[in-house]
Design a protein around this ligand. Structure first.
Ligand SMILES: Cc1cc2nc3c(=O)[nH]c(=O)nc-3n(C[C@H](O)[C@H](O)[C@H](O)COP(=O)(O)OP(=O)(O)OC[C@H]3O[C@@H](n4cnc5c(N)ncnc54)[C@H](O)[C@@H]3O)c2cc1C
Ligand code: FES
Length: 264
C-alpha cells in the first residue's frame, strides 16, 4: 500500500500534552469513523515505525482532516513539532471502523480521555445523519476533558465525569454510565473508546444491561496493514467460533473496533 502526502495547515496545543493537528490530504480522504491513519513522524527512517492515530474529524467533504493526540513518547513528541506548510506522510485510512445503523433514533457514545478522538468523528457522522446522541465523556480532570467545544458545535453536549470531581460527575466514566443506565432506557448498542481498563469496565457494565458494545482498542502497531501480526488481540468473547483461528484478531485489519455481542 502506498503512502500519501498531506500538507499540515495548523497545529495547536489544546491542553497540557494534548495537540490538534489539521492537514489537507492530496485529494479527498474518505473514511468510516473509527478508522485510523498510520503516520510517519519524521522525514527520515528514525523512528522507523509509523504511529497510528484515529481520525478525529473530516471536514469539507474530506479535503481537511483533524487529528487529536497526546504527546506520550518520542513519536508523538516529534509530531507535536510539525508546523503549517510541512508535508505529512501517512498510510490510510486503515482498519475496520464502527458499524453505523442509519435508521437508529439515538446512540450512546462513551469516551475516556484521548478515546474521544474516534468518537468525535463518529458523533459528526451520526448527527449529520439525523441520529441523536448521548455522549458520556470522562477524564482525570477538567483540563483533560477534550473536544468539548468541537462536540458542542455539532450540537452534542456531553455528560461529564472527572476522577477528581473538577467537572461533572465525580468518578469514572464507567460509574457515570451505570448512573445513566439506572435512570434512562438502555440503548440498542453502545460505542466506546478509551484506556484498556475503562473499556473493560464499560464492557462489563454493558453486559449487565445486555447491551452490545463496539469498542475501539489500542495495541502497539508496526506495519498497520495486516502483515506482521504485531497487533494480535485476544478477543475474549465466549461465543466466538472456536474454529475461527481461535480468538485472535489483527487490530489493524479486523480492528481496531471489536464487537461484543451481549445478545438480549
Ligand atoms: C488504532 C489506534 C488509534 C489511535 N488513535 C490515537 C489518537 O487518536 N490519539 C492519540 O493520542 N493516540 C492514539 N493512539 C495511540 C498512539 O498510537 C500512541 O500513543 C503512539 O503510537 C505512541 O507513540 P510514541 O512514539 O509517542 O510513544 P512510544 O511509547 O515512544 O512509542 C514506542 C512504540 O510503541 C508504540 N506504542 C506506544 N504506545 C502505544 C499505544 N497505546 N498504542 C499503539 N502503539 C503504541 C508506538 O507505535 C511505537 O512503535 C492510537 C492507537 C491505535 C492503535
Ligand atoms: S500492525 Fe502489523 S499486522 Fe497489525
Amino acid at each position: 500500500m502506498l503512502s500519501d502526502q498531506g500538507l499540515v495547515t495548523n497545529l495547536i496545543k489544546v491542553a497540557p500534552d494534548y495537540y490538534e493537528l489539521t492537514f489537507r490530504p492530496p485529494g479527498i480522504l474518505k473514511a468510516v469513523p473509527g478508522q485510523f491513519l498510520h503516520l510517519a513522524v519524521t522525514g527520515s527512517h528514525d523512528p522507523l515505525l509509523r504511529r497510528p492515530l484515529s481520525i478525529f474529524d473530516l471536514l469539507e467533504g474530506g479535503k481537511k482532516c483533524r487529528l487529536l493526540f497526546k504527546k506520550s513518547g518520542r513519536g508523538t513528541a516529534l509530531l507535536s513539532k510539525f508546523q503549517a506548510g510541512e508535508p505529512l506522510d501517512y498510510i490510510g485510512p486503515l482498519g475496520n471502523g464502527f458499524t453505523i445503523y442509519p435508521g437508529s433514533p439515538w446512540e450512546l457514545l462513551v469516551a475516556g480521555g484521548i478515546g474521544v478522538a474516534p468518537l468525535h468523528y463518529l458523533a459528526r457522522v451520526l448527527t449529520e445523519s439525523g441520529i441523536k446522541i448521548v455522549f458520556l465523556l470522562g477524564a482525570a480532570n477538567r483540563k483533560q476533558l477534550l473536544a468539548r467545544s468541537s462536540l458542542s458545535s455539532l450540537g452534542v453536549e456531553p455528560l461529564l465525569a472527572t476522577d477528581d470531581g473538577s467537572a461533572g460527575y465525580r468518578g469514572t466514566v464507567g460509574e457515570l454510565l451505570v448512573d445513566y443506565l439506572e435512570k434512562n432506557p438502555a440503548p440498542d448498542r453502545l460505542y466506546c473508546c478509551g484506556p484498556p481498563s475503562m473499556i473493560e469496565q464499560v464492557i462489563n457494565i454493558a453486559a449487565r444491561w445486555k447491551i452490545p458494545v463496539q469498542a475501539s482498542h489500542e495495541e502497539r502497531m508496526a506495519c498497520g496493514i495486516g502483515a506482521c501480526m504485531g497487533c494480535a488481540f485476544h478477543h475474549p468473547e465466549e461465543d466466538t467460533n472456536p474454529t475461527d483461528y481461535h480468538y485472535y484478531r489483527r487490530l489493524c485489519r479486523e480492528g481496531p473496533v471489536i464487537s461484543y455481542r451481549h445478545r438480549r
